[in-house]
Design a protein around this ligand. Structure first.
Ligand code: AMP
Ligand code: MG
Length: 472
């Protein structure tokens, strides 16, 4: 394999210049590899044997063959408020073309200041980058669309937060980094032609099948709505709380992006919020579907002039696609829940049965993952056994065997998720250069549907809930 297998293209820079700035990564004085994802490297067509020992490349000290680093411009509605953002601590090296011809962005995150850094230093600390690596890879193995992590490397720079931390770079792989916020940016600061160029580029890149050219922007909005509906339903079904669903953290590809204050629920509570700054619960577990619709409305606004020349008609068209989002969301969520309960056919009362289970889980603060995974195990709760009787009766009415129902459930109910206490334990050791717990955890997370006793245990309830922090 020549040049480590790099096969980088740069279609993003064919967009008007307002969408990016050329930017090299900062100097990384002592690059050191922390983790390298060999499977992902091979999937990308990279020479993992050669690259796994090249921390200089993954710390940003040496550009890989064919790289032309840029920082992307974008804005975003953060907690509802419009802000100019952009890659403040990341550079896109290029788009890797895989052996089968697919295109993936290769981005260094934590690689130093850019013209979009505002008050930030442009750097990232080791532990938040490892946290992103662990959770994004867990999401991938759970079958949830996500950006992925190719490597984390130490730079040898110090990063100054509340204390002095080790600087690190995460190599993020994404089917693109086009965000709803990129459209918010084009709409606020660009011309009508800039918005059109971005929409056309996004369509070419993500929806290359022939879409009816007359209504292609409406269809684009619909496709994004469908992808988001499917993604957010998947989050709900595994108990994932993204934590910072600003429009700049919503990728139009439908991949989960930006693992900042995210976490998985242990005990079921729809009001769950992990992020220390989300005091009003805007991005709580139960709010995620609604925020998905809110964010899509901001995308629709940015596209309005492309949807129809008559503004009222354009608004009607946009509202229709928000409706599509809700229809798809409800359908995806319900069919996912049926799968979790071993249901193969549909009965009108299913929704009541599901709601009753969730009510019980909330009332008794049951572990979300384990309750589904061990649904048929007896619980010492009278109303739970009454529910189980109803559920068993429901299953006996469908035309498949008990074993088939169990098989459906096993495919829909993971045993192993990145539980917060396990992630924290791995990170605590990693801070001192001991990566063994992280590797053991990653191995368990790569087979989420297989029981792994210690990783399935939920933590002891503590007086104060688990909190995640921004400022990563
Ligand atoms: P995030 O919370 O990671 O989605 O980041 C929100 C915005 O803040 C993005 O524009 C980031 O590039 C920027 N940002 C986050 N951390 C830093 C940092 N340390 N230096 C510069 N910009 C940052
Ligand atoms: Mg972000």
């Amino acid at each position: 394999m020549q040049n480590g297998g790099w096969n980088l293209e740069h279609t993003y820079t064919e967009l008007p210049e307002i969408f990016y700035r050329g930017q090299n990564p900062a100097i990384a004085p002592v690059p050191q590899m922390v983790i390298f994802n060999e499977n992902l490297a091979e999937f990308l067509g990279l020479d993992s044997d050669r690259l796994k020992d090249r921390p200089d490349i993954f710390a940003g000290a040496l550009l890989p063959h064919g790289a032309k680093p840029i920082a992307q411009a974008y804005a975003g509605y953060q907690f509802g408020h419009f802000t100019m953002l952009g890659d403040g601590r990341a550079v896109l090296l290029g788009e890797q073309i895989t052996p089968v011809g697919n295109r993936f962005d290769i981005q260094l995150k934590g690689s130093g200041p850019t013209p979009f850094s505002r008050n930030g230093d442009g750097y990232a600390a080791l532990l938040p980058m490892l946290r992103e690596y662990i959770i994004s890879e867990a999401m991938y193995h759970l079958g949830i669309p996500t950006t992925r992590s190719l490597a984390v490397a130490l730079t040898g720079n110090n990063v100054y937060r509340e204390k002095v931390l080790q600087g690190a770079v995460l190599t993020r792989v994404a089917s693109s980094h086009i965000r709803v916020g990129t459209f918010n940016y084009a709409s606020a600061f660009g011309s009508a032609e800039d918005i059109r160029a971005l929409a056309d580029y996004s369509i070419r890149r993500h929806f290359p099948w022939p879409i009816n050219s007359k209504s292609k922007y409406v269809e684009f909005l619909r496709e994004v709505a469908k992808l988001q509906a499917s993604l957010i339903a998947k989050w709900q079904l595994v108990g994932f709380v993204h934590g910072v669903m600003n429009t700049d953290n919503m990728a139009i590809s439908g991949e989960t992006i930006d693992y900042g204050p995210c976490a998985f629920m242990d005990f079921y509570n729809p009001d769950t919020v992990f992020s220390s700054i989300d005091t009003a619960g805007r991005y709580s577990y139960k709010s995620q579907p609604k925020i998905g619709a809110w964010n899509l409305s901001r995308l629709a606004e940015a596209l309005l002039s492309l949807l129809h020349i008559d503004e009222n008609e354009a608004i009607d068209l946009a509202n229709n696609e928000i409706k599509t989002y809700w229809e798809c969301y409800d359908k995806n969520w319900l069919s996912g829940m049926r799968g979790k309960l071993g249901m193969e056919n549909e009965e009108p009362e299913d929704i009541t049965l599901i709601s009753e289970l969730l009510e019980l889980m909330k009332k008794y603060e049951l572990d979300y993952t384990n309750t589904f995974h061990k649904l048929s195990m007896p619980k010492e709760l009278p109303d739970f056994s009454a529910w189980q009787t109803k559920w068993q009766a429901r299953l006996s009415r469908q035309p498949i065997s008990q074993q088939d129902a169990v098989d459906i459930m096993q495919k829909h109910n993971p045993a192993t998720i990145p539980r917060n206490h396990r992630v924290e334990e791995a990170l605590a050791a990693a801070e001192y250069g001991d990566y063994e717990a992280m590797h053991t955890l990653l191995a368990a997370l790569s087979k989420p549907y297989i029981e792994s006793e210690i990783y399935s245990q939920h933590p002891e309830p503590t007086a104060c809930g688990y909190q995640t922090f921004c400022g990563t």
